[in-house]
Design a protein around this ligand. Structure first.
Ligand code: ADP
Ligand code: ADP
Length: 237
């Protein structure tokens, strides 16, 4: 469970991006965080894996106080949390399978990835992850030969290969066309259901949020202004 208890975040320049955030997310939930650009969605997401540090309140994951983690513990904690970005963040000049293997076998990952030197069992696990997102046939294609939607699926497979408990997705479909965006949202939904991975996904497209997530959190100027199941959302949002 992820629990925000009166969490605040003030950036070093004094900007207060999160204010008194209270939020409990159970394992296996699929939560869409919606709000206008600048509302604080990305900040909220990035406090969970300590890409950003909170400055007030308490944030716990499975009872662990996230702000107390350091060194090896923090690295181990981060391995449980997959992160997906709007811009895919692949190494585009190497093959798809090597991109996935980088997450599976993080040591020396970059050099190994470029040359594709990995044990057979890891290669099989990477292929399995690609199969889960429907792009097994692209495993040996260079990443820069793929469409945006396919690249986002590689990013998703790369995250799956790390066996995450939680996936944080920061505007994962914002740069995709509407048809591809739906396909990627379907992937998230399937992964959530089949693997019981908690998914927190920032999205400014409300209709997609309502179609694929099970719970919606609305954020405005750093504060939660709505939190409830998709079925309860009315025109007010
Ligand atoms: P969203 O993801 O909803 O677009 P963000 O979380 O990225 O919103 O940003 C929330 C607010 O915090 C914005 O006003 C943004 O300009 C500000 N902000 C984000 N990062 C920083 C930073 N590193 N330093 C100062 N202000 C920041
Ligand atoms: P992304 O697209 O990856 O979410 P952004 O373009 O929102 O990233 O922000 C890029 C970087 O700039 C982030 O590290 C963010 O924290 C920082 N940033 C965003 N808004 C501000 C701001 N108003 N002042 C200072 N830094 C900011």
């Amino acid at each position: 469970m992820i629990e925000f208890d009166k969490v605040g975040k003030t950036y070093p320049n004094g900007f207060n991006a999160l204010k008194d955030v209270n939020l409990k997310i159970e394992q296996g939930e699929f939560v869409a965080i919606i709000g206008l650009s600048g509302a604080g969605k990305s900040t909220l997401l990035r406090t969970i894996n300590r890409m950003h540090d909170i400055t007030e309140g308490k944030l716990t994951v499975d009872g662990t106080d996230v702000m107390q983690l350091k060194g090896k513990e923090l690295r181990r904690f981060r391995r449980k949390i997959g992160m997906i970005f709007q811009s895919f963040n692949l190494v585009t000049r190497t093959k798809v399978i090597n991109n996935v293997l980088m997450a599976k076998v993080p040591d020396l990952s970059f050099i190994r990835a470029l040359f594709g030197i990995y044990p057979k069992e890891d290669r099989l696990a990477a292929l399995e992850a690609l199969d889960k997102v429907g792009i097994l046939d692209k495993a040996f294609v260079r990443a820069d030969q793929l469409s945006g939607g396919q690249q986002q699926r590689v990013a998703l497979a790369r995250t799956l290969a790390q066996n995450p408990q939680i996936i944080l997705a920061d505007e994962p479909v914002a740069s995709l066309d509407p048809v591809t965006a739906k396909q990627v949202m379907e992937d998230f939904q399937r992964i959530n259901k089949e693997m019981n991975i908690t998914i927190l996904l920032n999205i400014h497209h409300v209709e997609l949020a309502l179609t694929y997530a099970s719970r919606v959190v609305g954020i405005r100027a750093g504060q939660i202004v709505y939190d409830g199941p998709v079925s309860d959302v009315n025109e007010e949002i």
